[in-house]
Design a protein around this ligand. Sequence first.
Ligand SMILES: *[C@@H]1O[C@H](CO)[C@@H](O)[C@H](O)[C@H]1NC(C)=O
Ligand SMILES: *[C@@H]1O[C@H](CO)[C@@H](O)[C@H](O)[C@H]1NC(C)=O
Ligand SMILES: *[C@@H]1O[C@H](CO)[C@@H](O)[C@H](O)[C@H]1NC(C)=O
Ligand SMILES: *[C@@H]1O[C@H](CO)[C@@H](O)[C@H](O)[C@H]1NC(C)=O
Ligand SMILES: *[C@@H]1O[C@H](CO)[C@@H](O)[C@H](O)[C@H]1NC(C)=O
Ligand SMILES: *[C@@H]1O[C@H](CO)[C@@H](O)[C@H](O)[C@H]1NC(C)=O
Ligand SMILES: *[C@@H]1O[C@H](CO)[C@@H](O)[C@H](O)[C@H]1NC(C)=O
Length: 509
Amino acid sequence: MDKVFSLGGFLGCVCVCVCVCVCVCVYFVKSMSAQIYGAQYQIHTGLQHSIIRPTQPNCLPLDNATLPQKLKEVGYSTHMVGKWHLGFYRKECMPTRRGFDTFFGSLLGSGDYYTHYKCDSPGMCGYDLYENDNAAWDYDNGIYSTQMYTQRVQQILSSHDPTKPIFLYVAYQAVHSPLQAPGRYFEHYRSIININRRRYAAMLSCLDEAIHNVTLALKRYGFYNNSIIIYSSDNGGQPTAGGSNWPLRGSKGTYWEGGIRAVGFVHSPLLKNKGTVCKELVHITDWYPTLISLAEGQIDEDIQLDGYDIWETISEGLRSPRVDILHNIDPIYTKAKNGSWAAGYGIWNTAIQSAIRVQHWKLLTGNPGYSDWVPPQAFSNLGPNRWHNERITLSTGKSIWLFNITADPYERVDLSTRYPGIVKKLLRRLSQFNKTAVPVRYPPKDPRSNPRLNGGVWGPWYKEEHKKKKTNKTKADKKRKKSKARMRKQLTVHSSTKCHPSFCSGQER
Ligand SMILES: *[C@@H]1O[C@H](CO)[C@@H](O)[C@H](O)[C@H]1NC(C)=O
Ligand SMILES: *[C@@H]1O[C@H](CO)[C@@H](O)[C@H](O)[C@H]1NC(C)=O
Ligand SMILES: *[C@@H]1O[C@H](CO)[C@@H](O)[C@H](O)[C@H]1NC(C)=O
Ligand SMILES: *[C@@H]1O[C@H](CO)[C@@H](O)[C@H](O)[C@H]1NC(C)=O
Ligand SMILES: *[C@@H]1O[C@H](CO)[C@@H](O)[C@H](O)[C@H]1NC(C)=O
Ligand SMILES: *[C@@H]1O[C@H](CO)[C@@H](O)[C@H](O)[C@H]1NC(C)=O
Ligand SMILES: *[C@@H]1O[C@H](CO)[C@@H](O)[C@H](O)[C@H]1NC(C)=O
């Protein structure tokens, strides 16, 4: 195989595949893209809590080779278009330093689709569109990002020699909030009363069209015959922003299936079985070994990956080599009120938020977050409490759940008291995984991240000097002097960016 196209992004729930493809369910959790880049569970990168916030000095750890780095080793050109969101506080964290020859996109999530500005909080606002390592100011003239990114993909393909291998990672920001779409995509959705849902549908139509355009470009420029298109969502929908996971339980940001079971498809003339649905266990970490192996790259044998090569599962319908998935262990998330070691049979503290899947079984512990089943809001414009009549009260003091996910994907029948033996087995597995966890990296805000100190742009603010405070006195003194000089330089850049009220609304998690 010569070419790999990965259309990542922040899609809701679409499967536009028609014939030459396999539909797969892919499991994700927050911090998903970190898992693509290194085939490691979050507990192995320190990103097991929440997302990387704009003002945090944090990024995908630098000590492991990313997927594009591995593909470059075997001759691929690598290009990224769209949303990065894996940290940028140091230059070393930028996409161009993590394996991409070119980068056109945003460093953060949930910026404005037209202006490409992002406000993290009042007064913390900046431009967030990059061409490689520099702000792409030429594009702050209101081009809708789904169309703008598609044009860039067409441009990359038109100028690349189709006989040379290329890896293209396209992470559309659609269909994340803020809910924005060009007027003409609303045409078919006048009948949807709920305004958020209507906007979401319009955004998704535009995204479908984008994928169509990318596919046409692959054909037009001679790539299609020998390429693989992987299309995938990154996490479940957000019901308060037009999304729906119905009939699955929960929402984005939870470990209920509604938060982590995402749809995707693989489309390629190179697939052996086409037009099938794959029901095997597939996890986001699997793309790393799968794509490296398709590209005939090398994975060191002594490296412990959390992902599996699943190409034969997808292409030929073989059983997945995977029997379990650690959905996550988040030691920082709000503890379950009644959770305890006793409730976890002395094996596991059930106050801790975690979830694990082993074959048919799924176990959740801790505070599960939003736990309702939310039907689509297509027929109502009423407030959140009127969307549905099924509410789960979490005051029951429960801190452990067991489901046969194969039989009960909607997580309605908790079997934890019926099968204590299975519960213990899964708790032991969790405990084993926990022993391999690295400490959580979730540093406090750094005020130096303010785009005002960086020419009105979100971008690397951290200098190496700040990192080495604890060295020898004389050395440290010298370094402080240098860094002060640099701070002065930075501060002379204009600091005119004010947050326009309409940019200040988009929140994310
Ligand atoms: C990541 O880097 C660490 C430290 O260098 C190493 O021990 C580990 O094996 C690497 N893991 C992967 C998956 O490359
Ligand atoms: C797809 O291509 C058509 C025809 O060039 C264009 O009108 C449309 O805006 C494109 N859509 C997207 C989302 O890029
Ligand atoms: C791709 O395959 C089709 C069908 O076999 C063929 O007609 C076409 O010429 C091929 N294109 C390239 C660029 O190889
Ligand atoms: C997970 O590992 C950490 C660090 O070793 C330990 O402090 C913690 O108690 C473990 N958590 C559980 C629930 O076993
Ligand atoms: C809270 O946990 C204790 C100990 O596991 C248990 O005895 C008690 O029934 C729990 N409370 C509720 C409301 O479930
Ligand atoms: C779980 O569900 C699957 C599918 O319905 C079934 O084959 C299996 O026997 C179930 N396991 C148990 C222990 O009930
Ligand atoms: C500080 O620097 C001196 C001289 O360079 C060296 O001998 C000493 O070991 C250093 N101390 C520490 C704590 O690194």
